[in-house]
Design a protein around this ligand. Structure first.
Ligand SMILES: *Cc1c(COP(=O)(O)O)cnc(C)c1O
Length: 399
């Protein structure tokens, strides 16, 4: 089903041979009218599902008023989104951009500038962790440190040091005179939904305080309710200094944001950073609508209830088919299944049952329902997953 020959496009994506023309809540409808239960949510982007009435209305209304004025002028719309993000997090200040990688770029620049204006221009190194993914720009690739993505793209951007995951000794040994900040995903997304233990998050905070370093969290995938808290760092009882957001923030509209404390952002003075499109009015309308829904009473309770139901069902599938799937990964509705057989084989079998999941590293399948998924849809999804897993199990037994 993989097609790499869509002629006018770069061949960078191994696209699946499906074309979707409409969406509704957790459902995608293909050009031949087939209905798929979408547990990819556009890779954790469509947090409110497809075609959410509040999002549609917000974009529609803004489209009739004004689309874009640039950052030459004041923006009450940006101020409103920023105020709401800050009121519900550790942060005091926000910079808007257009993607996850851009949000991480801003986080890196913010940390380096903080050290620079604090009298430590020599502190520019960012320590990251094995298995990390922070984006595809040259600096965020260097931060992620994955050889397969760096190969052939010239010298790796300087100023990034990578240490093993959850290893205090290695981390302490890597901290030196040049260290500016630590950068970590509270739950590694692309490499297979590996959560950072709570105690390690607390240790990172402590180490940053002891050494005058900034603590940056990459919540591009884990943020915006995906894990059952508005931000995943909130599970660990600590607060970072800087946070990158993107995926779920616009509910499908491209947007990124870098959040920081007033102190951490003190070096980002006029002229030090910029973006043409960042904070675009349509993006702000989308983010405000997403926040209207997510900040309403009971929204996160619903996410946690659906996550529990989903996990119970997945656990029972694992019990019955340990020859296909071995464990549940992730937190909240950032859910995954670690496979025994090849994850791509199970994903294809799920697709045959009209359920969409997305692969991750370490042979994991990510199952990311929209946060608005209903109980019936979770049960429906579990039936499809079970059927797919059973078919894969039978096929392997016959071999
Ligand atoms: C998706 C992702 C990014 C990159 O976001 P883009 O919008 O693709 O640039 C960065 N960090 C994490 C943790 C991600 O999941």
């Amino acid at each position: 089903m993989t097609q790499n020959n869509a002629q006018p496009l770069y061949d960078t994506f191994a696209r699946i041979g499906l074309r979707f023309t409409r969406g509704n809540g957790a459902w995608l409808i293909s050009d031949n009218g087939e209905r798929y239960l979408d547990f990819t949510s556009g890779i954790a982007v469509n947090a409110l599902g497809h075609n959410h009435p509040k999002l549609v209305k917000a974009i529609e209304e803004q489209a009739h008023k004004l689309w874009h004025v640039s950052n030459l002028f004041q923006s009450p719309e940006q101020e409103k989104v920023a105020e709401r993000l800050c009121a519900n997090s550790f942060a005091d200040k926000v910079f808007f951009c257009n993607s996850g990688a851009e949000a991480i770029e801003c986080a890196i620049k913010t940390a380096r500038r903080y050290q620079y204006v604090s009298g430590h221009p020599e502190r520019y190194e960012i320590i990251t962790f094995e298995g990390a993914f922070h984006g595809r720009t040259l600096a965020t690739l260097a931060a992620g440190g994955q050889e397969k993505y760096l190969e052939g793209f010239g010298p790796k951007a300087q100023g990034f040091v990578q240490v093993p995951f959850d290893d205090e000794k290695a981390l302490r040994a890597a901290i030196g005179e040049k260290t500016a900040a630590l950068l970590i995903e509270p739950i590694q997304g692309e490499s297979g939904l590996r959560p950072v233990p709570k105690e390690f998050m607390q240790l990172l905070r402590k180490i940053c305080n002891e050494n005058g370093l900034l603590f940056i969290v990459d919540e591009v995938q884990t943020g915006m309710g995906r894990t059952g808290k508005l931000f995943a760092y909130q599970w660990s009882g600590i607060e970072p200094d800087i946070m990158a957001l993107a995926k779920g923030l616009g509910g499908g509209f491209p947007i990124g944001a870098c959040l920081a404390t007033k102190e951490a952002a003190k070096g980002m003075t006029p002229g030090t950073h910029g973006s043409t499109f960042g904070g675009n009015l349509l993006a702000m309308a989308a983010a405000n609508a997403v926040l209207d829904v997510m900040l309403a009473d009971g929204f996160l309770d619903h996410v946690n209830a659906m996550a529990n139901l989903f996990k119970q069902g997945l656990a029972s599938i694992i019990d019955r088919f340990p020859d296909v799937v071995e464990s549940i990964r992730g937190v909240g509705l950032l859910t995954g299944l670690k496979c025994v057989v090849k994850n791509t084989e199970v994903i294809a079998a799920m697709r045959d049952e009209k359920l969409l999941g997305v692969g991750a590293g370490n042979n994991v399948i990510r199952l990311l329902p929209p946060l608005t998924v209903t109980e019936d849809e979770i049960r429906d999804g579990l039936h499809r997953i079970e059927k797919a897993v059973q078919l894969v199990s039978n096929a392997h037994k016959q071999k």
